[in-house]
Ligand binder design. Structure first.
Ligand code: AP5
Ligand code: MG
Length: 225
């Protein structure tokens, strides 16, 4: 079983992915997080993509393809993947379908988090990420405190692409390139529309209920691996 989380910037893909991973023992493939790691570690890929990400554009499909093949061929985690931020255009979606078949796997659910732009902008401008444990918080909606976060507040950082200019460009890229994927998955009857404006816990409960029938199967797979 593999799961795709789909939605515009700030819709809560990372927040929900962190919760799903924990409860269902899945492994997160977060395209954005992996790319930001490359930048932080100043790798060759990182140096190439920093500018692209700061402009709110997509990195090349070739770079994404290498990352995805590495993940799908890792026996320890494949078939237990939650994709956050991949695929992001029709070419990537078709490529993922081909690779999933090639490696004998399956996509079981695609969740689409729907939230209007005004709320998304406030979420993105208020986002704070813990650079120590990677948990995601928000100074307006979901503040870090002693009960929900064990690390020192000094680790909370903002993302370099969470500024008004880059956000505008990220939305434009999303509308032009990512939205067309929705009908691709709707036609395959994999798509579940989720109201992403609800509270974090309520959204998670909705997703959890949809995934529940596969929980027993996942537990067996986890023990086996
Ligand atoms: P990526 O990191 O994936 O960014 P994104 O798609 O713009 O999405 P975000 O991470 O900003 O938002 P999210 O939906 O994860 O929301 P979050 O949970 O953090 O990609 C970054 C860049 O990398 C791209 O622009 C591109 O350049 C490149 N890239 C990535 N994938 C690529 C690909 N496949 N191909 C090519 N290039 C690629 O939540 C946001 C905030 O809201 C948080 O503060 C959170 O606490 C809060 N929040 C969450 N849910 C709720 C809620 N229900 N109510 C109130 N607040 C909430
Ligand atoms: Mg994210």
């Amino acid at each position: 079983m593999n799961v795709i989380l789909f939605g515009p910037p700030g819709s809560g893909k990372g927040t929900q992915a962190n919760k799903i991973v924990k409860v269902f023992n899945l492994h997160k493939f977060s395209a954005g997080d992996l790319l930001r790691e490359e930048i932080k570690n100043q790798t060759d890929i990182g140096k190439k993509i920093k500018d692209t990400i700061d402009k709110g554009q997509f990195v090349s499909d070739e770079i994404m393809n290498d990352l995805i093949i590495k993940t799908l061929t890792n026996d320890k985690i494949n078939s237990r993947l939650i994709f956050d931020g991949y695929p992001r255009n029709l070419n990537q979606a078709k490529n993922l379908n081909t690779l999933i078949k090639k490696y004998g796997q399956k996509i079981s659910f695609v969740f689409s988090l729907n939230v209007e732009k005004k709320i998304l902008i406030k979420r993105l401008l208020g986002r704070e990420i813990c650079s120590n444990c990677n948990l995601i918080f928000n100074k307006y909606y979901n503040q870090s405190n002693a009960t929900n976060h064990a690390c020192d507040p000094k680790f909370l950082v903002k993302r370099s692409d969470d500024n008004e200019n880059t956000i505008a460009s990220r939305f434009e890229t999303y509308s032009k390139k990512t939205l067309p994927i929705l009908s691709f998955y709707r036609e395959q009857k994999l798509l579940h529309d989720i109201n992403g404006k609800n509270e974090i816990e309520k959204i998670f409960e909705e997703i959890r209920a949809i995934m529940a029938p596969l929980q027993a199967w996942l537990c067996k797979l986890y023990l086996y691996k």
